[in-house]
Design a protein around this ligand. Structure first.
Ligand code: PLP
Length: 380
């Protein structure tokens, strides 16, 4: 059976460059905090990777803090804002659970920034909310992701940054899905903090980074040694960081190839829509690799399992939290709750071919035809 992997937004296959870099780092050994030759070599690997990640996201290398992944990066941003006195957090309704749940567990009041039917943040709502900000709530904090993991919808982050900056607020941008798929320039976007994750762009799982701008300072979540300039204690995950750096470098070099993949996605989208699927976020600007589509009356889990039997791997809802049975909060926030149980996400990436998208479409059309026939057949 030909296997087709279209679930890059859950995790991307690890790039050859990253595997090689990790292997070299493991073999080299050494603790980056040691002053001897082995330690200095490990330090050089970490700093080289820091430079590569910084280049990918348009940040000065000195502001890139390595952490255990996107979840920790988001948690660090939120805890830092709390430590700086933010008592009310505005978080977009379509954020990843790692933002929503860390905000909810932070002890602050959380308010959801609504989105429209395409999943784009309601800027007028935000302007209005910030214009009535109560000083007792501390510094305004807004979390708005750059691109959504389920729909691929890209948010007007630069515009929101202007609004947040006008009230001296703190804008956190989860760029976990955007990095490596579209150009990300943390400074041009106006992000005060911005998170990325290694495994979404062909690096290993369990490593990520947070960058921060000059208007904010980070607190410590983990106490102990002075690693990461005192911002994150614990011996660095040198192989993971080296792999992340190699993947970041390769991703930056292949951004235009990634953009070109939109053609395949768009063709697939057209054929699926012709076959009756509803395209989620169709009216918004989206990542070039992501397609979220729903077939009313055809459960998402059935679609995913049926496709898997034909060798095509996609996901339903947010794969990061697969196993959950509640409908996608993203689609619900878009006013599409009735579609949330029958929406599927296909997402390509660095090793995807046009034929992978063709295979998805063919397999899905056949599956959908069989499902429709079963529904039409009178009960025996
Ligand atoms: N943010 C977004 C938008 C994501 O899609 C994910 C993972 O799916 C995360 C954060 C969490 O990243 P990690 O798996 O590295 O913790």
């Amino acid at each position: 059976m030909i296997r087709v992997y279209l679930d890059y937004n859950a995790t991307a296959p690890v790039r050859a460059e990253a595997i090689e870099a990790m292997g070299r780092a493991i073999q080299a050994g050494g603790n980056p905090s040691s002053v001897h030759a082995a330690g200095r070599a490990a330090r050089a690997l970490v700093e080289d990777a820091r430079g590569a990640v910084a280049a990918l996201i348009g940040a000065p290398a000195s502001t890139v803090v390595f952490v255990s992944g996107g979840t920790e990066a988001n948690a660090l941003a939120i805890e830092s804002a709390r430590a700086a006195g933010s008592r009310r957090l505005i978080v977009s309704a379509v954020e990843h659970d790692s933002v929503l749940e860390n905000a909810r567990h932070s002890g602050a009041e959380v308010e959801l920034l609504p989105v429209d039917r395409d999943g784009v943040a309601d800027i007028a709502w935000l302007e209005n909310r910030l214009s009535r900000w109560d000083a007792a709530w501390g510094r305004p904090f807004v979390a708005l992701m750059l691109a959504n993991n389920e729909t691929g919808v890209i948010q007007p982050v630069a515009r929101v940054a202007e609004i947040v900056r006008a009230v001296d607020g703190w804008l956190h941008v989860d760029a976990v899905q955007a990095a490596g798929k579209i150009p990300v320039d943390s400074r041009a976007l106006g992000a005060d903090t911005l998170s990325v994750s290694g495994h979404k762009l062909g690096g290993p799982q369990g490593v990520g980074a947070l960058t921060f701008g000059p208007r904010v300072s980070l607190t410590r979540r983990l106490h102990g040694g002075g690693q990461e300039r005192g911002r994150r204690a614990g011996t660095e995950n040198v192989p993971g960081i080296a792999g992340f750096g190699a993947a970041a470098r390769a991703s930056l070099a292949s951004l235009s190839a990634m953009q070109a993949q939109a053609v395949w996605r768009d063709q697939a989208e057209k054929r699926l829509a012709e076959a009756g699927a509803v395209i989620v976020g169709a009216g918004a600007e989206r990542l070039p690799n992501t397609l979220c589509f729903a077939m009313p009356g055809f459960g998402a889990e059935l679609q995913v399992m049926g496709l898997d039997l034909t060798g095509v791997m996609v996901s339903s809802g947010a794969a990061c939290s697969s196993g959950k049975v509640r409908p996608s909060h993203v689609l619900s926030a878009m006013g599409l709750a009735e579609l949330a149980g029958c929406a599927v996400r296909a997402s390509g990436g660095w090793a995807t071919k046009g034929s992978d998208w063709d295979r998805l479409v063919e397999a899905w059309i056949e599956l959908n035809g069989r499902h429709a026939a079963r529904r039409r057949a009178p009960a025996a």
